[in-house]
Design a protein around this ligand. Structure first.
Ligand code: NAD
Length: 288
């Protein structure tokens, strides 16, 4: 692995591109948004004019894109890697949070051309992307993962292989559904305790020493909620997408999961919180 492409140079992709360069790779980016292109060019990373140059010049291409629809358009569209002349061996690493069914369909379409896709959705936010401390949950074959390891290691501190293609995206949706739920349940617990005369910071110290703690009580509340910062770099729009994807997976499996359904409804009904607000703002339903 020598040259790595990064498609999608937003909050996450930009940091990943910089981490890959620090890891010793040649990095070429692509993003249609002028602001994203300008920011990464100011960092000294070359931005290609179009996608075909990436498929031609790169050994692996990392995607950090908003939705499955965009991932599908990039990979199976007219400018996708299937346009790369008969060469095989290209590796695609999709770090976007995506619909696992779409991921599996894309992987099946690319496989006959010798193109491996692994899903490598991430936790850790833009800070983790810049510092190469992301956590990745990985879906793909053992062989593809072994080939990808140097690329993944340049972007992440923790990697968990959870199954074949699509398993990473299933796991990420389960993780984010829990995070979406925990934000609401933690906000309700803080509200209850406040009304009963316990200060939020002291309440959290108690909870975090006990069995009710979660990533939300240990990280989100102290880092982004109680200090009023709400600057995690992960938006309401993206978390709404993840909750919707989890709901649609539950629906496709014809499962009756009542608490998950309620979480989905609360996130859908939070329309007064704008899409570009920080995702932690969901707590304002209880803690305005
Ligand atoms: P973002 O909106 O900041 O960046 C997405 C980038 O993709 C934008 O720069 C956009 O111009 C670009 N893009 C759109 N269409 C494109 C196309 N056809 N070709 C190339 N680029 C295109 O989003 P983000 O916060 O960086 O998130 C990216 C992905 O990572 C999402 O799937 C998100 O759910 C996931 N994620 C984000 C975070 C976070 O904290 N921000 C954490 C974990 C996972």
């Amino acid at each position: 692995m020598h040259t790595i492409g990064v498609v999608g140079l937003g909050n996450m992709g930009r940091g990943m591109a910089l981490s890959l360069r620090r890891g010793g790779f040649e990095v070429v980016g692509y993003d249609p948004a002028p602001a994203a292109r300008a920011a990464i060019e100011a960092d000294g990373i070359t931005v290609a004019e179009g996608l075909p140059a990436l498929w031609r010049d790169c050994d692996a291409v990392v995607l950090s894109l908003p939705t499955s629809e965009v991932v599908e358009a990039v990979l199976l569209g007219a400018d996708g890697p299937l346009s790369r002349a008969q060469e095989t061996g290209l590796l695609i690493v999709d770090t976007s949070t995506s619909d696992p069914a779409v991921t599996r369909r894309i992987a099946a379409a690319l496989e006959p051309a010798g193109i491996d896709l692994i899903d490598a959705p991430v936790s850790g936010g833009p800070k983790g992307a810049h510092a190469a401390t992301l956590t990745m949950v990985l879906g793909g074959s053992d062989a593809a993962l072994a080939r990808a390891e140097p690329v993944l290691a340049a972007m992440s501190a923790t990697r968990v292989h959870v199954g074949g293609v699509g398993a990473g995206h299933v796991t990420k949706l389960a993780n984010n559904l829990l995070c979406a739920a925990h934000l609401i349940t933690a906000a309700e617990a803080v509200r209850m305790a406040k009304e009963a005369g316990v200060e939020p910071a002291r309440l959290l110290a108690g909870i975090n020493a006990g069995s009710g703690r979660s990533g939300v009580t240990q990280v989100n509340f102290p880092t982004w909620v109680l200090n009023g910062a709400f600057d995690s770099g992960f938006t309401m729009k993206l978390m709404r997408k993840d909750v919707r994807l989890a709901e649609s997976l539950i629906g496709a499996l014809a499962l009756d999961l009542p608490l998950s359904a309620q979480v989905g409804q609360l996130w859908r009904e939070s329309a007064e919180i704008p899409d570009d607000a920080d995702f932690n703002a969901i707590v304002t339903l209880q803690l305005a």
